[in-house]
Design a protein around this ligand. Sequence first.
Ligand code: SF4
Length: 199
Amino acid sequence: MKHSGLEVLLDEIRVCSICAPHLADGVRPVLRISPTARLCIAGQAPGLRVHNSGVPYDDRSGDRLREWLGISRALFYDQSRVAIIPMGFCFPGYTEGGADKPPRPECVRQWHDRLFAAAPKFDLVLAIGGYAQHYHLKGRERKSVSDTVRAWREYGPLTIPLPHPSWHNNHWLKQNPWFHSELIPFLRDCVERILLAGS
Ligand code: SF4
């Protein structure tokens, strides 16, 4: 059977090794997409755990993200409906201080414009963190992730900026109760309409 443009591109990405000299743990692109996906979760880059398992958001951050979205694990991992496309497809390694390094810049330069051109037209992109917000909001992001998320109403209906669902952000979440009282109900309504309507 003849491959679609998206399938051809995914085959190319799966064997990409552009950043190999910079990746101490090796190359392993982790992304999920299909021609029928309606929701796109655009995060930063896989961590070491995801690098080892190949399963994105299979941790407490993922549990929190699913809770924000109001959907089950089964639906979250239903590739026919949900795409997961980080700004760097491979684990970038750790800084000397032990934090995850930023996504490799080669990835967005090489792949993202082509991938989103070949991807289905998503009903909603969730831009998680500064790198995804810079790319998906096309320069309309604010100076900080916090300010961009606070301005979420300006970016709809196709894009919603979110902070990373990490437990490191507990303090920020406590300091910004509008996130749970205003943004999350809107987000859940959007996700339900997009993923569950007619199913
Ligand atoms: S991070 Fe992206 S560009 Fe770099 S090796 Fe992985 S897939 Fe290729």
